[in-house]
Design a protein around this ligand. Structure first.
Ligand SMILES: [Zn+2]
Ligand SMILES: [Zn+2]
Length: 180
């Protein structure tokens, strides 16, 4: 996913595109590691404009995926949908870092450097998606999870295990008395 710097300098560029997850190494890697399963292409809308001495790229990226709930272990379908703003400055990261120290940095703004006539957005796009994939996915905020004793999914039904500790204490007490 590359944009011509010259064309952005002349005129604001807008772009809507769809690309398979296979063209994004970070996302393919996450899928290979079993963190999630992407169930459709990565879709994005980009707006790239010249602003003073830099290029401002705003956009939105979305991709459908299946995650495994960290509490009940059920797979569930969801989607990542993220908006971002990236500022591209020409130069090396070192030069730009030195300049930036004296400037106020906008919140949530990603600052990246570029060189040459093109900027490649692919890495920033996939980083946006990767950041939004939860480390501990939950099928729902209220997921009750699995019973640690019998493994019953408490979203589906109940079990008697919660009574066991009470019974256990009671019987232990009985045994204690008998032994005495
Ligand atoms: Zn769950
Ligand atoms: Zn149980």
């Amino acid at each position: 996913m590359k944009l011509s710097v010259e064309r952005i300098q002349e005129k604001t560029q807008t772009l809507h595109a769809e690309e398979p997850v296979a063209s994004f190494p970070v996302l393919s890697g996450m899928q290979a590691e079993g963190e999630c399963v992407f169930t459709g292409p990565v879709t994005y809308d980009i707006n790239a404009a010249r602003e003073y001495d830099h290029l401002r790229v705003t956009g939105r990226v979305s991709v459908p995926l299946t995650l495994t709930c960290s509490r009940c272990l059920a797979d569930y379908a969801t989607a990542v949908d993220s908006s971002f703003t990236i500022m591209y400055r020409r130069g090396t990261p070192e030069e730009v870092a030195a300049e930036e120290e004296t400037e106020l940095t906008e919140q949530d703004l990603i600052s990246v450097t570029y060189s040459g006539d093109e900027i490649d957005l692919s890495h920033e796009i996939e980083e946006q998606v990767a950041m939004e994939v939860p480390l501990k996915p939950l099928c729902s905020e209220n997921c009750k999870g699995l019973c640690p004793t019998c493994g019953v999914d408490h979203n589906q039904g109940t079990c008697d295990c919660s009574l066991t500790p009470v019974n256990f204490k009671f019987s232990a007490l009985k045994d204690f008395k008998v032994n005495k």
